[in-house]
Design a protein around this ligand. Structure first.
Ligand code: SF4
Length: 233
């Protein structure tokens, strides 16, 4: 079984609350985003923690749309960690070969399933430490699974949308995802961490796109993002 190289425990981000005015501003933006996207949810289709773990591992540097096209066949043929652990690598590769880095991802899926069976009795663990020991699962994957499969707000999922919007809304000046996550955890109450990333992702897809952000078309942006002023000038 392929062993994950980085087994050493990684330090957790230091939890220091941001100053009160910044937290109040962040809360106002959060409320507006909630009103704007009341249906925000995890875009990866799944019906149990194992399926979400598989989908999240496949989603690294790949669109959720493509992952959702690929996963139904995987979930049908290999619905449990036991079946995935026993499957030939070639079989797994044939199921995932439309996503990028598919050879590596197939290897990780098999090794992940083997470790779930060997160490966790076939259940997906519910701690950051145990999840990040699984091949193919880094902190972002663990945060997705903890937040969406188990309702555990351990941290904030920082993907490209969350990173970009956090900078544009002035939540952070950092570019490193771990530091962005730390700044978001300082600004928002723990109970909102999982939903926060969904809301930012929804706004990132609908309005604050990486290119051609629709700054002047959106009331929330006009009020809270300095970029809207720049665009209007
Ligand atoms: S004003 Fe523009 S840059 Fe700022 S959050 Fe809105 S769309 Fe993004």
């Amino acid at each position: 079984m392929a062993k994950k190289k980085t087994a050493r425990k990684k330090p957790e981000p230091m939890l220091i609350k941001a100053p009160e005015p910044e937290r109040r501003r962040a809360a106002r933006i959060y409320k507006k985003l909630q009103q704007k996207y009341p249906d925000a949810h995890c875009a990866l289709i799944h019906s149990n923690p194992f399926e979400l773990l598989v989908a999240t591992i496949l989603s690294a540097q790949c669109t959720d749309v493509l992952v959702n096209q690929v996963t139904p066949a995987i979930f049908k043929k290999l619905p449990t960690p036991q079946l995935m652990a026993k499957a030939d690598l070639v079989t797994i590769e044939s199921l995932v070969n439309r996503v990028n880095f598919w050879r590596n991802k197939a290897k990780n899926l098999k090794a992940m399933a083997e470790l779930l069976v060997e160490k966790h009795g076939g259940a997906v663990p519910q701690t950051m430490e145990e999840l990040t020991e699984l091949p193919g699962a880094a902190r972002k994957t663990a945060n997705v699974v903890l937040g969406n499969a188990f309702n555990i707000n351990h941290g904030v999922v920082v993907d490209t949308h969350v990173g970009r919007l956090s900078q544009r809304f002035g939540f952070t000046e950092e570019t490193d995802p771990k530091k962005i996550e730390r700044d978001l955890m300082a600004l928002f109450p723990r109970k909102n961490w999982c939903m926060l990333s969904h809301l930012l992702i929804y706004h990132g897809r609908a309005v604050c796109k990486a290119r051609h952000a629709l700054c002047l078309d959106d009331d929330l942006c006009k009020r809270y993002c300095s970029n809207a002023d720049v665009m209007a000038a």
